[in-house]
Design a protein around this ligand. Sequence first.
Ligand code: FAD
Length: 401
Amino acid sequence: MTIDAHHQVLIVGAGSAGVSVAARLLRSGIRDIGLVEPSATHYYQPLWTLVGGGRAPARASARPQRSVLPKGVSWIRGRVETVAPGERTVTVADGRTVGYDRLVVCPGIQLDWNRVPGMAQAVTEPHTSSNYTYELAPRTWDLIRSMRSGTAVFTMPAGPVKCGGAPQKIAYLAADHWREQGVLKDIRVVLVLPTPGMFGVPVFAAELERVAARYGIEVRRNSELVEVDPDGRDAVVVDHAPGARESVRFDMMHVVPPQSAPDWVKASPLADPADPAGYVEIDRHTLRHVRHPDVFALGDAGSSPNSKTGAAIRKQAPVVARNVAASLAGAESLPASYDGYSSCPITTSRHTMLLAEFDYALRHRPTLPLIDTTHERRDMWYLKRYGLPFLYWNLMLRGRA
Ligand code: FAD
């Protein structure tokens, strides 16, 4: 086999995880780093909620990939298609084979629009949108601001999704806008959640109950969108508890597609063959692959059972960087451990937010001294709109936070 290039550390995906790890490895003195990434643009996806809610412009979430890649990293422009951990190589779509000593896999999560019949077509039609893509998020705001009466449906699928709070954040931003406009009383808002509660951590679930009640939102728990008729504007919702099926005619709908590992990861030796979601099978603490010791993973593509957020990556990236460096130095056991920390800044109105922070055990894990973030707060709004984007672009992507 011909090897077209070789790197001491090869990273797959230059999203939040890939860039953060590359920056940290460079800072630790590792110089030979290759990064495979097809996209010319880097996105700060958490802003898309605010784009859909009319509180930030889409362009503020995008920067040229070149401008965020750490200097000294070799950018291999392309899409990885296969990985051969036995040979320590990956193949790129253009046919190149790249070898590695250590591999860090972080290509993110796949949006499975076709798993709900009608959903892929619905988002091409004017009445449905989703904050889960850069292109669609602005349409969410167009739909919200032009609505004066009727039924608005917001859905969340079962299974892991990026930022589990995002499907409901946009419902609160929309309802608050309609309240400000004086039309909320004429709009029926239906929020479809697959879970029995509003959130996995009780203290935040209780606060979100209050928020939803304040806006008069009809929350459908244990329920899922199973079909959309885009022409008839009909959403078919199944309530798994009694097993009832109901059609809701909508005037606007915000959907979140089901999500899973990228297909090439599912089909690769890195996935757990017994797990249909197909994530890279890693130890939840060391983030090293359970069968291939030269391979690490983090971010949305990893199997660690944390909530899939950029906030989790901020804690995972230092662990992966330290453990990769230790493994290259021949360490017998890996020094760094991830405890499952994740956080979700949940916008509850156009001016307030609560910051849900928790770990693997779904224990509340506050990190801000003296501030009670279990209740919605106005100062937290400024954190979401300005503080966290600043932290992301200037510190996290540079391996400094
Ligand atoms: P990504 O950032 O998605 O990057 C993956 C990269 O891999 C991409 O650049 C992609 O082009 C590349 N890639 C894909 N396939 C291949 C391939 N085959 N070969 C090479 N490269 C490949 N997180 C928070 O912390 N707080 C929030 O408030 C928040 N809100 C969110 C709201 C929305 C609407 C969304 C969509 C996400 C939100 N998130 C939030 C989640 C956060 O954005 C993700 O968890 C994070 O971006 C995941 O980082 P990642 O590096 O794993 O994947």
